[in-house]
Design a binder for this molecule. Structure first.
Ligand code: CO8
Length: 266
């Protein structure tokens, strides 16, 4: 895999973890705020991962201590005209949609602040793990705007409409403990251990049939957007794509022979 540099890096783990890709935000001077360069970096990274058929799971984290991402770059934003802001936000929104639409699972690791666009990025991932000292907020209404990169849509789908409305109307910062209690994150662990926990989850996913994981993600995501009969059709379609795979036969053979399966993704 190509290793991208700049404010967004991607790296592949080695040996038995080689299906795990790390996407790292690294713009320490601005607490990972998303400006134009960061946005381009994210787009390149997501495209590169999307084209890599041997990627099985992506861990999205920050290399900057005590922050996941401070949201939109407010200094850059101040210099933009309304139409430039509109263009930028549209681009950010579609970038987060491509993150959400990656065929493989994504796990966000939050150690510290996930604010505004930074939280919206985490919401575009499939799973979230945070350290106890983390803080989460969508402060946009305090800046006289609304979350514009998916926050008004993804947050209520994850935590329910009532909790999402309170967080968006007030911009209140919540802790990791509160985030886990409302289902915003899957796990809240002691500070500094979120990356370790995310890798544990990623390794678990990486051991499973890779095509099955992709089909499970597709079935869940497609099904949640439509009525139940159409959702069950989506499940059937995804299930049937797995019937003729070598990996399905390998799973059965491994069970019969009481050994670990060796999946090839075919
Ligand atoms: N944009 C630009 N620079 C930033 C940002 C930001 N969002 N956040 C921090 N920085 C800069 C600071 O200005 C400072 O720079 P300098 O050294 O030149 O003064 C540097 O990063 C370090 O910041 P702090 O000294 O504040 O560091 P702390 O560790 O004390 O605090 C925090 C870190 C908690 C992240 C704090 O900086 C903070 O609260 N930042 C602002 C968070 C925020 O309000 N973000 C915007 C949310 S709104 C949004 O993202 C809209 C996106 C929706 C899509 C677009 C819709 C229009």
């Amino acid at each position: 895999i190509q290793t991208l540099s700049g404010p967004v890096r991607i790296e592949r783990l080695s040996d038995s973890d080689s299906g795990i890709i790390e996407l790292k935000l690294d713009r320490p001077e601005a607490k990972n705020a998303i400006g134009k360069e960061m946005l381009r970096g994210l787009q390149n990274a997501i495209e590169t991962i999307g084209n890599d058929s041997s990627a099985n799971v992506v861990v999205v984290s920050s290399s900057v201590p005590k922050v996941f991402c401070a949201g939109a770059d407010l200094k850059e934003r101040k210099l933009m005209s309304a139409s430039e802001v509109q263009q930028f936000v549209n681009s950010l929104r579609s970038t987060f949609s491509s993150l959400e639409e990656l065929s493989v699972p994504t796990v966000a690791v939050i150690e510290g602040a996930a604010l505004g666009g930074g939280l919206e990025m985490a919401l575009s991932c499939d799973l979230r793990v945070c350290g106890e000292q983390s803080t989460f907020s969508l402060p946009e209404t305090g800046l006289a705007i609304i979350p514009g990169a998916g926050g008004t849509q993804r947050l209520p789908r994850i935590v329910g409409r009532s909790a999402a409305k309170e967080l968006i109307f007030t911009g209140r910062r919540i802790s990791g403990k509160e985030a886990v209690s409302m289902g915003l994150v899957n796990y809240c662990v002691p500070a500094g251990e979120a990356h370790h926990k995310a890798l544990e989850i990623a390794r678990d996913i990486n051991q499973k049939g890779p095509l099955a994981i992709r089909m499970a993600k597709q079935a869940i995501n497609k099904g949640l957007e439509v009525d139940m009969p159409s959702a069950l059709d989506a499940e059937e379609e995804c299930y049937e794509q797995l019937l003729d795979t070598q990996d399905r036969l390998e799973g059965l053979a491994a069970f019969a022979e009481k050994r670990k399966p060796r999946y090839l993704g075919k």
